[in-house]
Design a protein around this ligand. Structure first.
Ligand code: ADP
Ligand code: ZN
Ligand code: ZN
Length: 753
């Protein structure tokens, strides 16, 4: 025990605790360390950069064992309190060490100690505040009136707001009044990078650059309902197929928030962050925007992060990890394509759902959150059914387009030509003949998924995975889609020397087949093999949109992006992978894909047609999709989930591990299970409703040379599950077999394998 001032620091280590350091002496410039500032501290023989989490007047440790903080890296916190609060919540909920969670939320440059510009907070009036002041508000509260008066004076004098020091000089006490006025949307606190004097002015520029189309009736209802909630939490599900005008609703809601002096955080899936989307935001607002995605360099990421943090950018648009960006004066959060799997981080140590964290962040910041999708996740629909979210539906296509007609093609009874059935070929011919464009969807890139020896039956395997190598014919390579292994395409069987041949179809093969079937018709392919850079996608989209290309073959990539108003036929070549997975979410993903792809047909004046090739035309979930659309499917699928007690009717956590041998991977999880059972036998916290499933090898057990396995923990009660995990994790960390594996906890796992 000692009673010297200490700083409790969250360090990027796997240890689930804070570390006490002696605060710098009170007469040094770096004395005032506040939560959210980075500090450099000694840690064993290393020096680490961590984040001050708390300060305290004393420590459990004796004084002589307390080491001093070596350096304070930030003159002011680099996390705002709301973001710190969210990260603390996330560390608890995902049971991950706080220091690592904080590190994950920072751009790499800042993790490594880069200086953030000298930053100051400037208080200024918003447009709403200016209008209120002009109307003589606030009439009663004298402190607020005095504060508004001082800022109105500065505003009239053309100053970019006043700093706390300047306000302190003019007013006796103003901080409570400022908080109250920020809550009303009359004041904003801008964090201005000192080196960019013009920024605050730029950030205060109001008004839309382009007005956008007049919203239709349903869009108006959605915009009104969400806007009414600005200033308080509200969960909204904006459900509408692609092209129904969701983005238009986002743009209008964001405009409202900006008008109130607030900022907006917009999250999009990896594949959804297309230049068009960014372009539409840029076109609509003249304000600087921070765009955060995985393709940024470290420096670009730092700049974008800083623009968000400083308040320079009033719109922060990004993929998964942007949910952790500091966004001052947050007014609304939007999650586009909320069902998309890329919102879940399912690798590494800290596995989180950006969609779920967006909802938590909105709750804790008291702002509305909009979850947009044509095909909301079943969890989300269940939240609507339970009254937790408000559903807003855009049932019609914005530009009066007609919905496509969907039918099944029974593969068991039709002749096939390299993966395309005769009726599908005839339909393509018909639509091309009528001047339409055709989209052919197949969720498998490459030429063929298998290379087979016709003499001895040898199949080209990946050496490091339980998987076959995919034939990439034009590149002359065999590639593993799981570990990236890449070898030359052999001309002969390495086992018997006989000829080998590709079996099955990938997009490359389909492109070839279509070229043979429809000579002279320009066809383009869209998948990760042809799209290497952002510009490639753009170019393909442009050729399709301009009508230069008539047929588009592609993977998931074709479901988002540009409008193709002239696409009248969509063919889904293989809808069957979703039915045979060990993952209970596979049918949901399949239905979502079908609906998204189908949504590409008939977006213009002409009605569209969708053909789905399947060997299981009687599958109940497929039939429910056809008869009742996504709603019908969701109803049937939720009933199945309820019967099987899967989420959202229960809560899951997965302990996953990998090791150099299958035995080691299973040994750890077997011990883990045993320790859970021991806890249960002792009546440990939360253990009563716990169900343990496994351990079992992953469906593809060997990946990249490592053997994977998992153990599932299920409980009907979320709180009980978390109490159990709190008690169980420290036990897992000390299991002797833990040293021979890499393991991680995945709370609310999205993919089970
Ligand atoms: P989504 O985000 O649901 O795919 P978008 O907002 O991108 O839909 O709208 C699809 C297309 O329809 C866009 O080109 C958009 O400009 C246009 N659009 C949206 N709302 C309207 C409207 N009310 N009137 C006319 N066109 C609209
Ligand atoms: Zn052979
Ligand atoms: Zn492999």
């Amino acid at each position: 025990m000692s009673s010297v001032p200490v700083v409790r620091v969250a360090l990027p280590t796997p240890l689930r605790r804070l570390f006490d350091y002696r605060a710098p002496p009170s007469d040094t410039p770096s004395a005032a360390i506040e939560p959210g500032m980075r500090v450099r501290v000694p840690f064993g023989r290393q020096r680490l950069i961590g984040v001050a989490w708390q300060t305290a007047a004393g420590s459990e440790l004796p004084e002589e064992r307390l080491k001093p903080v070596l350096e304070r890296l930030d003159p002011r916190p680099i996390f705002d309190p709301a973001t710190l609060d969210l990260l603390g919540w996330a560390a608890d909920y995902y049971h991950h060490p706080l220091g690592e969670v904080l590190a994950a939320a920072l751009p790499k440059a800042l993790r490594l100690g880069a200086a953030i510009d000298a930053v100051e907070v400037r208080w200024r009036l918003t447009a709403a505040g200016r209008a209120a002041w002009a109307q003589g508000e606030p009439r009663r509260a004298p402190r607020r009136r005095a504060l508004l008066g001082v800022l109105a004076g500065a505003d009239a004098a053309g100053e970019a707001g006043l700093t706390a020091g300047e306000l302190d000089a003019k007013l006796d006490s103003w901080r409570d009044a400022a908080r109250a006025l920020v809550a009303r949307g009359w004041l904003a606190a801008l964090h201005c990078a000192g080196s960019r004097p013009g920024d605050a002015e730029q950030a205060s520029a109001h008004g839309a650059v382009s007005a956008g189309p007049e919203p239709n009736a349903e869009q108006r209802v959605a915009i009104e309902r969400i806007s009414e909630s600005l200033g308080a939490f509200g969960g909204f599900v904006l459900q509408g197929i692609t092209g129904s005008g969701k983005t238009e609703v986002y743009l209008r809601v964001v405009a409202r928030a900006l008008r109130l002096g607030r900022s907006a955080l917009v999250l999009v899936p990896e594949i959804g962050l297309t230049p068009q989307l960014v372009g539409r935001f840029r076109q609509r607002f003249e304000r600087p925007m921070a765009v955060l995605h995985s393709a940024l360099t470290d420096h670009e990421r730092l700049l974008a992060w800083r623009d968000a943090f400083s308040g320079r950018a009033r719109i922060v648009l990004g993929t998964r990890s942007a949910v952790f960006a500091s966004v001052p004066d947050l007014g609304v959060i939007i999650v586009d394509e909320e069902h998309d799997a890329s919102f879940k981080q399912h690798e590494g140590g800290f596995r989180y759902s950006a969609r779920d964290l967006a909802v938590v962040r909105a709750q804790r910041s008291g702002v509305p959150v909009v979850l947009g999708s044509a095909t909301p996740a079943l969890e989300t629909l269940q939240n609507v059914a339970g009254g937790r979210y408000t559903r807003l539906v855009l049932s019609r296509r914005a530009a009066a387009a007609v919905l496509p007609r969907i039918s099944l093609l029974d593969l068991r009874s039709s002749a096939m030509r390299a993966g395309i059935s005769t009726p599908a070929v005839q339909a393509i011919e018909r639509h091309l003949g009528a001047g339409g464009q055709v989209l052919v969807f197949l969720n498998r890139r490459g030429y063929a998924p298998t290379l087979l020896c016709t003499a001895c039956g040898w199949i080209a395997p990946c050496r490091d995975c339980d998987a076959r190598l995919t034939v990439h014919l034009s590149a002359g390579r065999l590639r593993c889609h799981h570990c990236g292994a890449d070898t030359p395409l052999p001309a002969r069987c390495p086992q018997c020397g006989f000829a080998v041949k590709p079996v099955g179809q990938g997009t490359e093969k389909i492109e070839e087949t279509l070229a043979t079937l429809f000579p002279g018709i320009p066809c383009i392919r869209l998948d990760r093999d042809v799209v290497r850079r952002r510009g490639d996608l753009e170019e393909a989209m442009r050729r399709m949109a301009s009508g230069e290309a008539r047929i588009l073959v592609g993977t998931q990539m074709v479901t988002k992006g540009h409008d193709f108003p002239n696409v009248t036929l969509v063919v889904v070549l293989n809808a069957d992978q979703g039915f045979f997975s060990t993952d209970f979410r596979a049918p949901e993903r399949l239905a979502q894909t079908i609906v998204q792809v189908a949504g590409r047909a008939g977006r213009g004046e002409k009605a569209g047609e969708v053909l789905i090739q399947t060997e299981f035309p009687d599958h109940p979930l497929l039939l429910s999709l056809l008869a009742g659309g996504y709603e019908g499917f969701a109803g049937a699928a939720l009933t199945e989930r309820r019967q099987a007690a899967w989420p959202p009717f229960s809560r899951l956590a997965a302990v996953r591990d990998s090791a150099s041998t299958a035995e080691a991977a299973l040994a750890f999880l077997t011990q883990a299970r045993k320790s859970a059972e021991d806890l249960r036998a002792e009546g440990g916290p939360g253990t009563r409703g716990i169900r343990l499933l496994g351990p079992a090898p992953a469906a593809m057990a060997k990946r990249a040379g490592r053997h994977h396995a998992q153990l599932l923990v299920e409980s009907a009660d979320r709180a009980a599950l978390h109490r159990f995990l709190d008690a169980w994790l420290p036990v897992l960390e000390t299991l002797p077999s833990a040293r021979r594996v890499r393991w991680a906890l995945d709370v609310d796992p999205m993919e089970l394998f």
